[in-house]
Write a protein that binds this ligand. Structure first.
Ligand SMILES: [Ca+2]
Ligand SMILES: [Ca+2]
Ligand SMILES: [Ca+2]
Length: 299
């Protein structure tokens, strides 16, 4: 009887492990704090402010000077929602960030942990949307950034910063962002990224040719071999000028061969924000089975 039970449980665990393999590729749903029509987080002051998006690990963050960010239904993508940004002057800014073990410091959020080694990052990406109602310069669209601690020592914070993806630096001169349509971005080893912070000059010229926007992800990984990833960031501003209206959805990254993917959706009545992805819950369930199995064996 015991053997039969054990065999069937091992089979069940195997089936679940296979399911987790396919779940890992499926996007985790990140729902708005508010029911339809969703969230609009803003801050009129010049001091960065943020707000947690449920317990998802995502934060509306670095919001200032009247910019807004929120998961809502206006530019719905892959379901009923996306994260929408509105910027109205040259000094405003708003981001949506996934931060490792974030803490709230004076109303804005900061990572205190790591998602893994920068050298293990093989790709990241997202989808962006620029409304034709935008009056900001034509090459501007919501960007994606990988946030880093350059020396890998989280106790020193002077070397925090990030690398920014903007399509214009990966295109021929004169490129302009598409409007009123979604654009999918896949950032890999040969994609150009520019830097802020990291204990380096702004848009650091790490290959010494006098230009700060032509280092690839692979170049940066060679230049910062000890760096760790502390988060990912999607956002608009600052210094964009004019009005910007757009959105992001489908954020993802692959670190050490493991892909995390997210779909921003508006919470509907009768649902609560998800505490964890299905894959995590299934993995916990399997761990429970394996512990129980050991107990049976010991008995
Ligand atoms: Ca969506
Ligand atoms: Ca450091
Ligand atoms: Ca350069």
């Amino acid at each position: 009887m015991k053997t039969l039970l054990r065999k069937s449980l091992i089979a069940a665990a195997g089936a679940l492990l296979a399911a987790v393999g396919s779940l890992a590729a499926a996007a985790t749903i990140v729902t708005s704090n508010n029911l339809l029509p969703g969230d609009t987080f803003t801050n009129p002051s010049s001091v960065n402010q943020g707000q947690a998006v449920g317990s998802s690990g995502w934060y509306y963050n670095n919001v200032r000077n009247g910019a807004t960010v929120g998961i809502d239904q206006v530019f719905a993508r892959h379901g009923n929602g996306s994260a929408r940004f509105v910027g109205q002057d040259s000094a405003d800014k708003a981001d949506l960030e996934y931060l490792a073990h974030a803490i709230n410091l004076f109303g804005n959020f900061y990572a205190t942990g790591t998602l893994g080694s920068f050298s293990a990052l093989s790709s990241f990406g997202y989808e962006w949307y620029r409304s034709a109602a935008s009056t900001s310069a034509g090459h501007l669209h919501p960007v994606m950034r990988v946030l880093l601690d350059a020396d890998g020592n989280l106790a020193t914070t002077h070397d925090r910063g990030g690398l920014v993806y903007e399509r214009v630096y990966n295109e021929a001169a004169g490129w302009a962002a598409a409007t009123n349509s979604w654009v999918a971005e896949s950032i890999g080893a040969s994609t150009y990224l520019w830097s802020f912070g990291l204990g380096l000059p702004f848009a650091a010229d790490i290959n010494g040719n006098g230009y700060g926007y032509d280092a690839t992800l692979a170049d940066w990984q060679m230049y910062l071999p000890s760096a760790v990833i502390i988060g990912f960031s999607l956002g608009i501003g600052s210094g964009w000028g004019g009005d910007f209206l757009g959105a992001v959805d489908s954020a993802r990254w692959t670190i050490g061969g493991i892909t995390s993917a997210f779909n921003f959706e508006v919470r509907q009545a009768g649902t609560v924000p998800e505490p964890a992805s299905g894959a995590v819950l299934a993995a916990a369930w399997i761990a429970g089975i394996l512990v129980a199995k050991r107990r049976w064996r010991a008995a």
